[in-house]
Each structure stands twice: as C-alpha cells, then as structure tokens.
Design a protein around this ligand. Structure first.
Ligand SMILES: [Zn+2]
Length: 107
C-alpha cells in the first residue's frame, strides 16, 4: 500500500516508517445500524420512510433498510385498510339495497 501523506510504498503497519503518519486514518466512522425507531416512523409515515430510505441507502444502508422496511409494511397495511374499507362500504351498500329494494317493491 502507499502512504496517503508522503505517497511512499510502505508495508502493512500502523504508521508510515517514512513520515510517521498513521496508515489507517479513517474518515470519521459513520454510525450505521438498524434502527427500530425509523422502522416505526416509516410504518406510520411511509412517504417519509421512503424519502429517508432513498436519501440514506448509499451512506447508511442498514438504517435505510430499517426505514424502507417500515415504509413497506406501513404502505401494505395502508393499502390493505383502504381495500378493506372499500369492500366494507360496497358490502354495506349492497346489504342496504337488499334491505330497501324488497321493501320498495311492496309498495
Ligand atoms: Zn508516509
């Protein structure tokens, strides 16, 4: 490997033997871990979860995954509830017709 500071070829080690620069100068470690809080956030606000997922997917893949998972589950639940409400509305309407139509025909 080469030393980042002086550019000389150096063997593996903690410091460059030529200039003393630490060879593993990491850029400040990004904290990336799955976060249940973001899963919950994504669940209740799927749109926000999706946006955060898209913003974080490159830099914070694990956190982004938490967001995305919550958003996905939240979206599925939202669609399921939406479909259920439509089905129930139709069902109630049809039941209402079944009840009212025969009564109407008697007149
Ligand atoms: Zn060096």
């Amino acid at each position: 490997m080469t030393c980042k500071r002086c550019g000389k070829e150096v063997n593996e080690g903690a410091f460059c033997p030529y200039c003393g620069t630490p060879l593993y100068v990491e850029t400040p470690q990004k904290v990336d871990k799955p976060d249940a809080g973001y899963t919950v956030l994504g669940f209740f606000l799927p749109v926000i979860g999706l946006i955060l997922y898209l913003v974080w997917k490159d830099d914070y893949p694990l956190r982004a995954k938490s967001c995305g998972k919550g958003a996905l589950i939240g979206a599925i639940v939202a669609v399921a509830l939406w479909v259920l409400s439509i089905v129930l509305t139709l069902l109630i309407t049809m039941l209402g017709l079944l009840v009212t139509v025969p009564a109407f025909t008697l007149l």
